[in-house]
Design a protein around this ligand. Structure first.
Ligand code: SF4
Length: 370
C-alpha cells in the first residue's frame, strides 16, 4: 500500500502560478449562482447534496423548489417522505433524497437544530462524503478544506500532467494532498468555488477553452498536446442489464401501484407492479402464465390492451430495459398484498416515480388522462 511518504507533491512545479491564475480567472469569469456566498449551512448543504452527480442547470430548479417549500431545516425534517421524494422526482440518485430527509431529522431533533460546525461533524452526516464535507466546511464556515471531485481531478491532472489513475488509492491520496496544498488557506471558500467553476465551465471534459486559458503557459497537457489523455482511469465501468416488465392493471378509473422498499435502485419511489425477467424481455403471455400474478388474474377476466415499446434507462452501474403492459380488468383486482395499492388514475401525478416511468407516462399522457 502507498504510504504517505511516497507522495511528494513538491515535485509538481508552478503551484503558486496555478493558484494565482486560477483566482484571477475567477475574478473575471465566475458564475453567479443563488447559493454562492451564502453562510447559512442549511442552504449550503442543500445545494451541495442536490449538485452531487448533477449539473448546475439541472439542479437549480430543484434547489429553488426545496428552499421555497422548506425554508429551514425543521420544515424539511417535519415533511412526509413521499413529499420529499416527489420534489426530488427526476433528479436521480434517490438515496440523496432519503439521506437529506434523515439528516434533516437528525439535525432538527438530535442536535437541537444546530448544524455541525466542524469538518468531522459535517463528514459524520448521512450522505456527506469528503468532497461535500469540504465544500460545506469552506463555504459555510471558512474552514481550510480543499474539495476534490471530478472537476478537480481533471484540472489538476491536466495542468500538472499527472497520469496516476484517479480511481486508485495512490491517485486519490496524491490528488487530495495536492489539492490541499494548493488551497488558499486565507480564502478557502473563494478558492474552492474557483476550481469548481473552472472545471465546470472552462477546463471542461470536452473542448476545454485552452486558447483563452490563463493557465496554458504552464499547463502540461496543453503544452504536450495530450489533453484527452487526462485524467487517467484504471478501470472501465461495467454495467449490468436488467429487464423490467411493468403490469398496468386498469379497472374503470382505478390503477395499481406499489412502493419500492427493497435494498435496490429507486428505493421508496413508486412503480407499477413489476416482474423482472431473466436475461431478456419476455413474451407477455408466457410472462403472465409463469408469474405470481397468474393466481390473482385467474378467475378474473382480463385483456392485454397494449404493450409499449422498450424504454431504456442508464444508471451508473446498471442498464434498465423496460416494457409496459397495459391490462384491462373486467372486475376489480383483489390482492391481500400490502405492497400494492389501488389509486385513482388522476392521482398518479401525486406519487414520485423513477424517470423511466415518467417518460412512459409522458408518452401516454392522453391515454392515462393525467
Ligand atoms: S490550458 Fe486547457 S487543459 Fe490546460 S488548464 Fe487551461 S483549459 Fe485546462
Amino acid at each position: 500500500m502507498q504510504s504517505k511518504q511516497d507522495i511528494d507533491i513538491k515535485e509538481y512545479p508552478n503551484q503558486l502560478f496555478f493558484r494565482t491564475e486560477l483566482l484571477n480567472w475567477y475574478n473575471s469569469s465566475h458564475r453567479p449562482l443563488p447559493w454562492k456566498g451564502k453562510k447559512n449551512p442549511y442552504l449550503v448543504w442543500l445545494s451541495e447534496i442536490i449538485l452531487q452527480q448533477t449539473r448546475v442547470e439541472q439542479g437549480m430548479p430543484y434547489y429553488h423548489r426545496f428552499v421555497e417549500r422548506f425554508p429551514d431545516i425543521k420544515d424539511l425534517a417535519d415533511a412526509q417522505e413521499d413529499e420529499v421524494m416527489k420534489l426530488w422526482e427526476g433528479l436521480g440518485y434517490y438515496s440523496r433524497a432519503r439521506n437529506l430527509h434523515a439528516t434533516a431529522k437528525y439535525i432538527a431533533y438530535e442536535l437541537g437544530g444546530r448544524f455541525p460546525e466542524t469538518y468531522s461533524g459535517i463528514l459524520n452526516l448521512k450522505g456527506v462524503g469528503p468532497y461535500t464535507a469540504a465544500a460545506i466546511s469552506s463555504f459555510a464556515f471558512d474552514l481550510p478544506h480543499a474539495v476534490v471531485d471530478g472537476n478537480v481531478f481533471r484540472v489538476l491532472s491536466r495542468f500538472f500532467g499527472i497520469d496516476v489513475p484517479i480511481d486508485t488509492s495512490k491517485g486519490k491520496k496524491l490528488f487530495s494532498a495536492l489539492a490541499q496544498e494548493l488551497l488558499d488557506k486565507n480564502e478557502p471558500a473563494r478558492y474552492n468555488q474557483a476550481i469548481m467553476d473552472f472545471g465546470a465551465t472552462h477546463c471542461t471534459p470536452k473542448n476545454p477553452k485552452c486558447n483563452t486559458c490563463l493557465l496554458k503557459a504552464n499547463c502540461q497537457a496543453f503544452l504536450s498536446n495530450q489533453i484527452g489523455h487526462f485524467p487517467k482511469k484504471s478501470k472501465k465501468i461495467s454495467r449490468k442489464t436488467r429487464y423490467f416488465h411493468y403490469l398496468i392493471f386498469n379497472y374503470g378509473e382505478e390503477i395499481w401501484i406499489r412502493k419500492r422498499t427493497d435494498r435496490d435502485i429507486w428505493k421508496n419511489l413508486y412503480e407499477f407492479p413489476m416482474l423482472e425477467g431473466d436475461g431478456s424481455i419476455q413474451p407477455v403471455t408466457q410472462l403472465l402464465e409463469s408469474s405470481e400474478w397468474k393466481t390473482l388474474l385467474l378467475g378474473s377476466e382480463y385483456s392485454i390492451e397494449r404493450v409499449s415499446k422498450p424504454y431504456q434507462h442508464l444508471l451508473t452501474h446498471q442498464k434498465i430495459i423496460a416494457i409496459f403492459i397495459e391490462i384491462q380488468l373486467k372486475k376489480e383486482l383483489v390482492s391481500d398484498s400490502s405492497e400494492i395499492k389501488k389509486i385513482e388514475r388522476k392521482n398518479l401525478s401525486k406519487f414520485a416515480f423513477p424517470k423511466l416511468i415518467d417518460c412512459y407516462l409522458m408518452d401516454k399522457s392522453l391515454y392515462l388522462n393525467l
